[in-house]
Structures are given as structure tokens and as C-alpha cells.
Write a protein that binds this ligand. Structure first.
Ligand code: B3K
Ligand code: ZN
Length: 874
């Protein structure tokens, strides 16, 4: 496959003003008539008309109303070319035939449990009709859909409904018009027999917007939280960003077969039902939080993505990073800001930092790709959001808002670039942006090393910083970045000291900005040795190495005014211990315990001022992936697991009494509500239970069994089930069987049942996973199910996927080869489980490499899977 490069970007030769689609739905022979009004792009030289296609059959073609002679065009399934189009504007009428039932890739027009739906981002529209399928071609769409009334009583497309009615032979039609010009990737249509929940929203200028969520019949009572999240998102975008909704109706359709989370099609979001449907009995607190975040994310795209879209796919982070930043801010306002930040950073480290340190590392704005669908990565999304957060940190909230306002004002209706976005912040501040742009062009996580020196006699405190960005694929050397470090110096009384720089420089909002490879900030008026708190709130997405002692860290854990760094301090102490213990275990020695860590953790449990959700996060030691990343090379996943298990056991035994008191005290009164406060209490209570079980406390198993049976909500039931499955022997087996029969037929809940079994870190898990692929409820056709079983095993079960005998790798290789012909996007996504293979100890490394090579040689691979495997091996 050939490589597409940013530097080769050329504006389109032909623009499309209007698109009239006339779609006659049929399970296997859907007829699509597209009438496209082309005009030459005044900004580019005249050129042939080349339209994208993907697996299309052309039925007929007319130019300005007359059939086009075969000699005047060239059509293949993947392209339609008119070598000599007219000099001025013209219309093209294209008729294609598509087979939605045969579409197992779930890109373009497909069927999900009998509902017709579309997914066009990134390049799915070309699977419906021939089109200049690139985001800088923006057109006004009118869509007429016709279908059998029994089969598809509901017919939806983007925009507002302008006409509908009955036809002969039991068929009917609907016409939708979207007045806002949009790129083809935002096109959507849906047809099916769906139930609908309706509500409304009055916008800040007093317009009433109809809100509808379409779901499978019988699921209406599971939409309340999604609807409420939507209304809160709409209000929040008005208040936080001054952004108002711009159509008369906003629709969400939930489908069960979907390649990712959801899709922001203009006025017609299509969702994986996992991010819509929730009830106390079937969804966990985490599910509720995800629903809120994804509903918000897709809604926020209406301005950041749809009104202002991307000029080309290299600019993907322009909409994704910015929109993730916006949804993080929204959730922070809806819930606890510190808890949200800690969870987001945990996810960033567990996914993005790992991606950034391996063979799949790429810049936030890539410069080349073979398959764009492989670039919907945590780097584009989460690191992209961190980069926007740094702009916010550097500028402060007012200037940031001014820059955003300018962006909306200047680029509304356009397909923009990252430079244009960042330029808006430069224009409101008068600052230069050249160095900041390195965050978009340089891959890799910068490492900042800090050393400190207090001179009591002079009353100065010197903070020396060094930065280095590691080499990444195709980027052997790097330049220094702009790194905003929110910093505090904490005096012996636990209070922040004023930051006065010796050179007279001012520190605004506590932000120190490192521009050079090395720099020393010297503070004056510091008579007593302070403790440094740096990178507060994780102000920069970096790896930090400090010279803080464990006593300093314990002091921060107890006193830092920044909750993030309180959490971080404990994680750092634990990480130091874990790394030492991994080495001991590999050397055949026993892991040691750390009294000071236990004292610090015990203090958390007794501090009533702390939010339960915060304490829950602080009690969880760094994950296996984090420990591996910190060690960096020659990884033995079993030793890491043992070290981490020993620490959990230690916490469970040493703090057992306090944990069981918490468990009994923290019951949540009244019926279930998904709000963050009660979710936090449940989280802490369930962490306590699991740690007690990890400590070998037999009564914890009894409590877990009791909690499992008595639970009135999925959070408590699932947590108890996990504890039982992990520690409970026969109790675990019994509960798993009960869970299946209790929820059989409820796909989203059964996904949890598959996932849990796939993530148990025990030697027989791989055999069980293999057996589960033969289970009646397993299907390779449903991405949620595949991710629940295969994805969970490969991505979240570190010891069993990385079995020393290589059987985990072999299993994934076989599975991917079987899945790839059906669904390349999902296969490629799961293949990224191999992204850390080079860091493994020799034996495993060889086996992982062999498995990757077997995939590579395994026959005709999709472009998606081939791209991941080739980059992983490169
Ligand atoms: N924009 C979509 C993702 C499309 C993925 C295409 N392979 C959802 C989102 O980020 O909001
Ligand atoms: Zn998005």
C-alpha cells in the first residue's frame, strides 16, 4: 500500500456544492442515486475529475442530465475518473448498488441487527457512492431515503426532516435536508424499526431543539442518563464556550454493532449502544461516567469537528484532541476535578505513554500514513488533548477562551489546520508559536530530570531542569520543547511559599516554563528547606525524574495543596518499591515491604477530609503496564505481577482492620444513583473489599459473596464478582455461572462476563478464553464481543497474554488472521497489543516476534492489519 504524506497536500481541483442522495434501502441490493453539483476550485489548476470509491458497482452515470458515453470515463470498484470534465460547473448523476448485509467491515452502509446504518469516518462514504471523499470538500446534503415500511418505519438522515410519505408496495420515504455544508465523513443515514425517547432543550437564544434517542424496542427505559447527559452537555457548551446548537433537532441512534464508541455525524450521532444504554442493574458507575463523557464528546464535535472541520486527516487531532480536552473539562465540572484528572492521567500513561515509547509511536500530527483508520490513536486523542491543556495552562483561562472565540469566529464553516488553530492563541497573546508546534511534530514523551539545591545562608532555592525527548520511529533526534510546569514550594508548615525569582522574573499562576534543554530557576526568600511540588495537575505530559526522597514524597502525600501531586507522591513511593522488588524477585529473593508507605496509606484511610473516590485511586498501586514502562527493557511480566501482588497483599494485611471498618461504614444509603459522590463511596468500598481479599482475609470472600447476591446495582455486583473470580475458588465459579444465567441475553452485561474471565491472571485462562470463543454467545461479527473477550485478554491480561511459552501470542495471531477478512479495523486495533514486544525479556521477545511474522506471512492481509504488523516489526 502506498504512503500518503502531509507535504504532498494539494487543494481539491473540484468542489461539490450540493449532494442529493436518493437511497432505496434493501437488505442486499440498496440502490444509491447521487446527484452531485461540481464546480472548479478557483484556487487550483484545472484537472481531471477523480472520485474515490471502495468496492462499488456503478449502474449508470449521467453528466448534466445526459448519459455519459463509456469512452468518456473510467470506472473501477475503487475509482471513477472523468479525464476531460467540462470547464465550468456541471452535475453528475451516479447510480451505485451496495449490499449492506454483506458489509462485515461496518464501514459505509451496513446492517446492525436489522437496522440499516452508516459509518463514514474516515473513508466510508466512498463505499456508498463515488465522491471526492476528503474532509476539505464541504457540501450541502439533501437525503431521500425510501424503504419497506414494515422493515424500516424509522428513516433518518442529517439535518431537518422536510418531507415524508407513503409509496406503493408497502414502501415509504423521508427527505432530510442539512443546511450546513459538511464533509462526506459526517454524512449519516439510518433506517429501521426503532423505539424513540424524546425530550427538548431551549438554547441560550431561546430556540427549542427536539432531542431524540433511538434504541431497540424495549430499551427506552435505559436512555434516561444519556438524555440527561446530552442536555447538560448542551448547556455546558453554551456556558463554557459560548457555543449554541444550530439545527432544530438532535438525534442519537444506538446500534449494537459498531467499530468504535460513537460518531458525531451532523445532527445524527450514531452510537455504540454501550455508550447510551444504562440502568442501575446493568451498568456500572464507570459505564455511567463513560456515557456522560462520550455523549458530551460527540455533542461537542458539533462545533469542534463539524462547524470547523479538518483540512486533511493529518489534522485529525484538531478535532479529536480539542474535543477530548472539552469533554474532560465537562466531566471535571460535572464530577470531581481532581479525581477526573487522576483517572485521565492514569489512562494516558497506561495507553499513550506506552504507544509513544514503542514502534507505533507517532507525532500528534502525523506526517505520513498508509491507513488512516489506524491513526485514531490515544496519541491523537489523549496526547492531543494534553497539548490543548498546555495551551490553557500557558495562557490562563481568559486568554484561552479569547483564543477559542477567535478560532470559532475566524474559521467557522472551514476545513482548518493545526497551525490555524494555534495561530489564534498567538494572535490573542502576541506570542510566538514556533517552538510550541514541536508538540505536534515530535513524537515521544519528554523526560524531565529535576535536581534541587537549597542554600539556607543565602535564602535561595535552585531548581535545575533538564529535558530530553527520546528517539522514535523516523525521528532519531529531537529539539527541546516548551514545557509548562505548575510548581509549588511547600514550607515546613505545609503551606505554599511565594515564588519569587532571583532574576526578577514573575511566575504567573505557578507556571514555570522550560524552553531550553537545561535551565535553572532560582528562587529567593527561601530560608527553610521547602519540599518541591512540580508538574502539579500533570501540567505537562512528561516523564518526571526528581531527587525527592521518600520522606519528601510522604510529606507531599500528606500536605500538598495539589491533589494530583498528593496522589502522584504515593504512586512514586510505590513505584520505587515495586521496581526494587521486581529485581529481587528475578534474583530469587523475597520482596521487601515499606513501612513508610503503609503509614502514608493508613493516614489516607483515616483522613475524613479526603473524597472517597480519591482515596480509592490512591490505594491502587501502579499498574503492571506502568511498572513495565518504568523498567523499560528486559521485562519479565511474571516478576512484575508477583511484585504488585505482594504489595496488594501487604496493603490488605497491614491495613486490614481499617479497610474492613471502611467497608462497613461506607454503605451507600437509599437506592442507587449514578452521581459522582455515591460512585466514589462505592469505589472505595469495593477497593477495600478487594484489598482485604488480596490480603487473604477469608471473611472478605464471605462478604463478597454476600455483596454479590444482595447487590441492587451492577457496580457492586460486578466488583464482588471480580473479587470472587480472582480470589474465591468455588465461590467464584458459582458466581460466574449465576451471573451468566441472570443476564443471559443482555449483550452489554454478557460482555462484562466475557471480559472478566479473559483478564484473570491465572495459568488456565488462555484455555478458558479459547473455549469461550466456541461459546454460543460468542461471535466474531460483533465488535463489542470481540473486544470483550479477545481484546481484554490481549490488552489487559499482561501475564497470560505474555505467557513465557508464547501461547498467548500464538492465540492472538491465529485469531487476528481469522478476524481480519471480516473486520480489518477491529483486527488492526487488537494487533496493537504487540506494541511493547521489543521491551520483553529475550525468550518472550523471540516468541512475540515469531507470532508477528506469522501474521505478516499469513496470507492476504488487509491494509489495516498489514500496516500495524509492519510498523510493529520495523
Ligand atoms: N470521530 C469518531 C471516530 C471515527 C473513527 C473512524 N475509524 C468518533 C469520535 O472521535 O468522536
Ligand atoms: Zn471525537
Amino acid at each position: 500500500a502506498h504512503t500518503i504524506r502531509l507535504k504532498d497536500y494539494l487543494p481539491p481541483a473540484w468542489l461539490v456544492e450540493t449532494v442529493h442522495l436518493d437511497v432505496s434501502l434493501h437488505p442486499s441490493e440498496t440502490r444509491v442515486r447521487a446527484k452531485l453539483a461540481f464546480k472548479p476550485n478557483p484556487e487550483s489548476a484545472s484537472a481531471p475529475l477523480v472520485l474515490d470509491g471502495d468496492g462499488l458497482s456503478l449502474m449508470s452515470l449521467k453528466l448534466d442530465g445526459a448519459p455519459l458515453p463509456a469512452a468518456n470515463f473510467v470506472a473501477s470498484p475503487n475509482q471513477l475518473t472523468i479525464p476531460q470534465p467540462p470547464n465550468g460547473p456541471f452535475t453528475l448523476e451516479i447510480e451505485t448498488l451496495v449490499d449492506p448485509s454483506a458489509n462485515t467491515q461496518l464501514s459505509g452502509l451496513y446492517r446492525s441487527s436489522d437496522t440499516y446504518c452508516t459509518q463514514c469516518e474516515a473513508e466510508g462514504f466512498r463505499r456508498i457512492t463515488y465522491f471526492p471523499d476528503r474532509p476539505d470538500v464541504m457540501a450541502v446534503y439533501t437525503t431521500r431515503i425510501e424503504a419497506d415500511r414494515q422493515e424500516a418505519p424509522v428513516l433518518l438522515a442529517n439535518g431537518n426532516l422536510v418531507d415524508s410519505g407513503a409509496l406503493d408496495n408497502g414502501r415509504h420515504y423521508a427527505v432530510w435536508h442539512d443546511p450546513h455544508p459538511k464533509p462526506s465523513y459526517l454524512f449519516a443515514m439510518v433506517g429501521g424499526d426503532l423505539a424513540c425517547v424524546e425530550d427538548s432543550f431551549r438554547t441560550m437564544s431561546g430556540r427549542d431543539v427536539t432531542l431524540r434517542i433511538y434504541v431497540e424496542h424495549g430499551k427506552q427505559d435505559r436512555c434516561a442518563y444519556a438524555m440527561d447527559s446530552l442536555k447538560r452537555s448542551m448547556r455546558w457548551d453554551e456556558e463554557a464556550f459560548g457555543r449554541e446548537y444550530d439545527l432544530d433537532i438532535f438525534m442519537i441512534v444506538a446500534v449494537s454493532d459498531f467499530n468504535m464508541g460513537a460518531m458525531e455525524n451532523k445532527g445524527l450521532n450514531v452510537f455504540n449502544d454501550k455508550y447510551v444504554l444504562a440502568s442501575a442493574e446493568t451498568a456500572t458507575d464507570a459505564d455511567f461516567a463513560h456515557i456522560e463523557a462520550v455523549i458530551a464528546h460527540e455533542y461537542f464535535h458539533n462545533w469542534t469537528g463539524n462547524r470547523i472541520t479538518c483540512r486533511d486527516w493529518f489534522q485529525l487531532c484538531l478535532k479529536e484532541g480539542l474535543t477530548v480536552f472539552r469533554d474532560h473539562e465537562f466531566s471535571s465540572d460535572m464530577r470531581s476535578r481532581p479525581v477526573k484528572r487522576i483517572s485521565d492521567v492514569r489512562n494516558l500513561r497506561a495507553a499513550q505513554f506506552i504507544e509513544d515509547s514503542g514502534p507505533l509511536a507517532h507525532p500528534v500530527r502525523p506526517e505520513a500514513y498508509k491507513e488512516i483508520n489506524n491513526f485514531y490513536t490515544t496519541t491523537i486523542y489523549e496526547k492531543g488533548a494534553e497539548v490543548v491543556r498546555m495551551v490553557h495552562t500557558l495562557l490562563g483561562p481568559e486568554k484561552f477562551r479569547a483564543g477559542m472565540d477567535l478560532y470559532f469566529q475566524r474559521h467557522d464553516g472551514e476545513a482548518a489546520t493545526v497551525e490555524q488553530f494555534i495561530q489564534c492563541f498567538a494572535d490573542v497573546t502576541g506570542r510566538d508559536i514556533a517552538q510550541f508546534m514541536l508538540w505536534y511534530s515530535q513524537a515521544g514523551t519528554p523526560r524531565v530530570t529535576v535536581s534541587t539545591h537549597h542554600d539556607a545562608a543565602a535564602g535561595t532555592y535552585a531548581l535545575s531542569l533538564k529535558q530530553a525527548v527520546p528517539p522514535t520511529p523516523n525521528q532519531p533526534t529531537k529539539s527541546p520543547m516548551v514545557i509548562p510546569l505548575v510548581t509549588g514550594l511547600i514550607g515546613p508548615d505545609g503551606r505554599d511559599l511565594p515564588l519569587v525569582l532571583a532574576d526578577g522574573g514573575v511566575v504567573r499562576r505557578g507556571v514555570l516554563v522550560l524552553h531550553e534543554a537545561e535551565w535553572t530557576f532560582t528562587f529567593t526568600g527561601i530560608t527553610e528547606r521547602p519540599v518541591l511540588s512540580i508538574n502539579r495537575g500533570f501540567s505537562a505530559p512528561i516523564e518526571l525524574v526528581t531527587d525527592l526522597s521518600n520522606d519528601d514524597l510522604a510529606f507531599l502525600a500528606a500536605h500538598d495543596s495539589d491533589p494530583f501531586n498528593r496522589w502522584q507522591a504515593l504512586q512514586t513511593i510505590s513505584m520505587r518499591l515495586l521496581i526494587e522488588n521486581v529485581a529481587s524477585i528475578r534474583a530469587g529473593k523475597a520482596p521487601r515491604s515499606d513501612d513508610k508507605l503503609m503509614v502514608a496509606l493508613a493516614a489516607l484511610l483515616e483522613n475524613p477530609a479526603l473524597e472517597p473516590a480519591f482515596v480509592a485511586l490512591a490505594l491502587v498501586p501502579p499498574g503492571e503496564g506502568d511498572i513495565a514502562r518504568e523498567i523499560g527493557s528486559d521485562i519479565d511480566p511474571d516478576a512484575i505481577f508477583q511484585a504488585r501482588t505482594a504489595l496488594r497483599r501487604e496493603i490488605g494485611t497491614r491495613l486490614g482492620a481499617a479497610l474492613s471498618t471502611l467497608y462497613e461504614r461506607l454503605t451507600v444509603p437509599g437506592g442507587y444513583t449514578p452521581d459522582a459522590t455515591s460512585a466514589g463511596r462505592r469505589a472505595l468500598r469495593n477497593v477495600a473489599l478487594d484489598l482485604m481479599a488480596a490480603g487473604g482475609d477469608a471473611s472478605a470472600i464471605t462478604w463478597a459473596a454476600r455483596q454479590y447476591d444482595a447487590a441492587d446495582n451492577m457496580t457492586d455486583r460486578m466488583a464482588a464478582l471480580a473479587t470472587l473470580a480472582l480470589h474465591g475458588g468455588p465461590e467464584g465459579e458459582r458466581a460466574l455461572a449465576d451471573f451468566y444465567s441472570r443476564f443471559e441475553g443482555d449483550a452489554l452485561v454478557i460482555d462484562k462476563w466475557f471480559s472478566l474471565q479473559a483478564t484473570i491472571p491465572q495459568a488456565d485462562t488462555l484455555d478458558k478464553v479459547r473455549a469461550l470463543t466456541k461459546h454460543a454467545a460468542f461471535s466474531f461479527g460483533n465488535p463489542n464481543r470481540v473486544r470483550a473477550l479477545i481484546g481484554a485478554f490481549a490488552m489487559s491480561n499482561v501475564t497470560q497474554f505474555n505467557r513465557a511459552d508464547g501461547a498467548g501470542y500464538d492465540f492472538l495471531a491465529e485469531t487476528l488472521l481469522a478476524l481480519d477478512p471480516k473486520n480489518p479495523q477491529v483486527a488492526a486495533r487488537m494487533a496493537t497489543a504487540f506494541r511493547t514486544w521489543r521491551t520483553l525479556e529475550e525468550g518472550r521477545r523471540g516468541k512475540a516476534e515469531a507470532a508477528l511474522k506469522r501474521i505478516k506471512e499469513g496470507g492476504e492481509l488487509s491494509r489495516d492489519l498489514a500496516d500495524i504488523v509492519e510498523r510493529a516489526l520495523a
